[in-house]
Design a protein around this ligand. Structure first.
Ligand code: ADP
Ligand code: MG
Length: 379
């Protein structure tokens, strides 16, 4: 499974770079910009980290890449809910001490938790990292389900009772963040935090901001499909980022133009799922209201300057109607002043009379801010 995921991610990474950076290399302006690209499949977050930079100094670009990979790894260690690391009070330590004691932790964890809480608030609870116990139930069923599906068998789905029981062990009212003492305390045993919907984007944003302090001409970071661009390309043309066709999870469905430094993150139902006994697709983005995988879309992409926000918002909007999703985008813009755009891809029968485009077998809705910046592969 891991190998398959890595292969798909590598293909995806290659495709995205193809859209963003490699094509532009062919049209490179007169200055002799050198392209440096490198990737690591074991830097962290069980995904592929890829970075492409254009500059004049190969050794400097290699140094940037090494530093970026080490930052990605260190965020992995902090945000890991499955492993502990010596000398760090990480997410797993915090979860393991639920109902026992506050855990002394790193400022980066506290900052990330505060951001996640802000998204809980502006999304009316649709984005909720305190539903770890519920996500854990789905995670177990999904792992078993994927193995059974590989043997050609449809797999069990959790009962409503099991889901309701897990849902009782959730809630921000059971999490105490003590900024002064740098501790986090989960006050009730069995409650746990799962930061899968924010962690990679948050790490990519930190790396993007680091790169912006360095002598970088322009670059792209692809942290497991969380794309963060650094500066504008030398030719001044916009970045062009591809959205994957949900039917195969690999080929290009459409491309969106984006200016300068920014981020582009997609959540999709084709990433991690299994087929249940009822023939339904059970993927990894859970609607806290129904306690089940959200059923509106095949993918939601977010375009906004901050990659941590883009990661949260793509997961959030996946669990909401387009109308409610747009309200969250408005609340986010109001809260931060950052512009944000979104692209929803869904089955045509699931549209709610929105304006959009039927392309191939899907219907695509997008916010006004990108209506002149989106190109479809099929008309
Ligand atoms: P990916 O990690 O595949 O890029 P996402 O960014 O959309 O995809 O995050 C999905 C992950 O977010 C899940 O694996 C789970 O850890 C977490 N998650 C699922 N549902 C929610 C939710 N409603 N609120 C917050 N986190 C969630
Ligand atoms: Mg996300």
């Amino acid at each position: 499974m891991r190998n398959r995921k890595i292969l798909i991610t590598l293909l995806c990474a290659a495709f995205l770079t193809g859209c963003a950076a490699e094509q532009e290399a062919e049209k490179a302006p007169e200055q002799e910009l050198e392209k440096y690209t490198n990737l690591s499949a074991d830097a962290g977050f069980d995904t592929v980290y890829q970075q492409t930079e254009f500059g004049y100094d190969h050794d400097l670009m290699a140094e940037h890449y090494t530093k970026a990979v080490s930052m990605f790894s260190s965020f992995n260690d902090l945000f890991d809910i499955y492993n502990e690391y010596e000398g760090i009070g990480n997410l797993m330590t915090i979860n393991a001490n639920a109902g026992i004691a506050p855990v002394e932790t790193d400022q980066r964890i506290i900052d990330m938790l505060k951001e996640a809480k802000m998204f809980y608030e502006i999304s009316g609870g649709a984005f909720d990292i305190t539903i770890g116990s519920l996500l854990h139930v789905w995670h177990e069923y999904r792992d078993r389900g994927i193995a059974l599906n590989q043997q050609g068998t449809k797999a069990p789905i959790p009962s409503d009772e099991e889901l309701k029981e897990a849902a009782e062990k959730c809630g921000w009212d059971k999490v105490v963040i003590d900024e002064e003492n740098k501790t986090v305390f989960i006050t009730e045993k069995g409650v746990s935090l799962d930061v899968g919907g924010i962690a990679k984007g948050y790490a990519a944003e930190a790396i993007g901001q680091f790169m912006e302090t360095q002598d970088v001409v322009y670059a792209t970071i692809n942290a497991g499909r969380n794309i963060r661009t650094v500066h504008s390309k030398a030719d001044g043309k916009p970045w062009s980022i591809g959205i994957t066709d949900p039917s195969d999870g690999n080929s290009l469905y459409c491309a969106v133009e984006m200016d300068g430094s920014g981020s582009f993150v997609t959540s999709g139902d084709y990433e991690r799922y299994y087929i249940g006994e009822d023939g339904g697709i059970y993927h990894h983005i859970i609607d806290p209201k129904t306690l089940k995988p959200a059923d509106y879309y095949h993918s939601v992409s977010i375009i906004t300057p901050d990659s941590g926000a883009a990661d949260c918002l793509s997961t959030t909007l996946f669990t909401l109607s387009i109308e409610d999703g747009k309200k969250v985008l408005e609340a986010y813009e109001k809260e931060t002043g950052n512009p944000v755009n979104a692209v929803w891809i869904m089955d045509p029968q699931k549209t709610q009379n929105e304006e959009g485009k039927l392309s191939g077998e899907y219907f695509c809705v997008y916010t006004d801010g990108i209506k002149d910046r989106i190109t479809f592969v099929r008309n």
